[in-house]
Design a protein around this ligand. Structure first.
Ligand SMILES: C[S@@+](CC[C@H](N)C(=O)[O-])C[C@H]1O[C@@H](n2cnc3c(N)ncnc32)[C@H](O)[C@@H]1O
Length: 245
């Protein structure tokens, strides 16, 4: 285990200290980078894979759930540009107030707390602009998923078929709400990245593994083929349409 991980697991035994330590660490860390070392590379790989599978410039739209400072969103925008994917639209979903209230199974292990990873929309937009992202080409949807993700939003965006999805929102509840909303948008050849696949080491009945298991059982026409795993806790899949009898 790395030093940061060791310190984290010691601090987690005292939740107020853990929350304080996390706020100080992220507050003192002004850099523009991802919280996950492997996520930017995974996003680039996902776009390359989507382009290869679709053999053209029409892979579908990009959906990111959980932006924090916006680094992976910026990487997605850059990756699509480099591949000439001019038709892809970029949708980013975040409260810009950090995690919602952590309840039920998401409390397991004490890793997550309300307000964790908060970064204001203003700050995210400033970083994206400073790194060359044309904000007219992207759409940020502000608010907690439980309140924002509804049918009306799908029509308003407008939400098209998903080419690449990044689920980087830590919790079972957030991932499950996002996946539920993505029903009908995740289709054959959609690349789905779970940045927190192994965030709950206590078992697969937790976190993102539980959310995908439920989503897959509600969508029996889709199979999720594993593509790769990446640092620190991530796993990438491709959705495939099953030939049902
Ligand atoms: C780990 S951070 C995202 C990290 C980012 N993708 C990166 O690579 O640096 C998790 C983000 O998910 C957002 N989030 C989690 N659950 C949410 C929910 N239910 N509604 C809105 N935002 C949520 C938090 O606000 C936070 O910005």
């Amino acid at each position: 285990m790395r030093i940061k991980g060791k310190i984290e697991s010691v601090l987690r035994r005292c939740p107020p200290l853990f929350r304080l330590g996390s706020r100080i660490y992220h507050g003192l860390n002004p850099g523009f980078k991802s919280l996950s070392p492997g996520a930017p590379g995974a996003v680039q790989k996902a776009f390359a894979l989507a382009k290869e599978m679709h053999q053209g410039d029409c892979i579908g739209d990009y959906y990111e759930f959980g932006l924090y400072k916006g680094y992976t969103f910026y990487i997605a925008y850059q990756a699509a540009r480099k591949l000439g994917l001019k038709k892809t639209r970029f949708y980013g979903f975040d409260s810009f107030q950090g995690l919602p209230q952590v309840e039920d199974v998401d409390k397991t292990g004490g890793r997550f707390f309300e307000g964790q990873f908060a970064c204001s929309r203003k700050q995210v937009e400033k970083q994206l602009r400073a790194h060359g992202v044309d904000l007219d080409r992207v759409k940020l949807i502000q608010g907690f998923y439980e309140q924002t993700l509804d049918q009306q939003l799908k029509e308003d965006l407008p939400a098209g078929r998903a080419g690449v999805v990044l689920l980087d929102c830590d919790l079972y509840s957030s991932t499950s709400t996002a996946l539920h909303w993505l029903q009908g948008l995740i289709a054959d050849k959609t690349v789905v990245i779970f940045d927190d696949w192994y965030s709950f080491t206590e078992g697969e009945e937790l976190g993102q593994q539980r959310a995908l298991k439920e989503f897959a059982s509600q969508n029996p026409h889709l199979a999720f083929e594993p593509v790769t795993e990446f640092e620190r806790n991530g796993k990438m899949f491709v959705a495939r349409k099953k030939d049902l009898p």
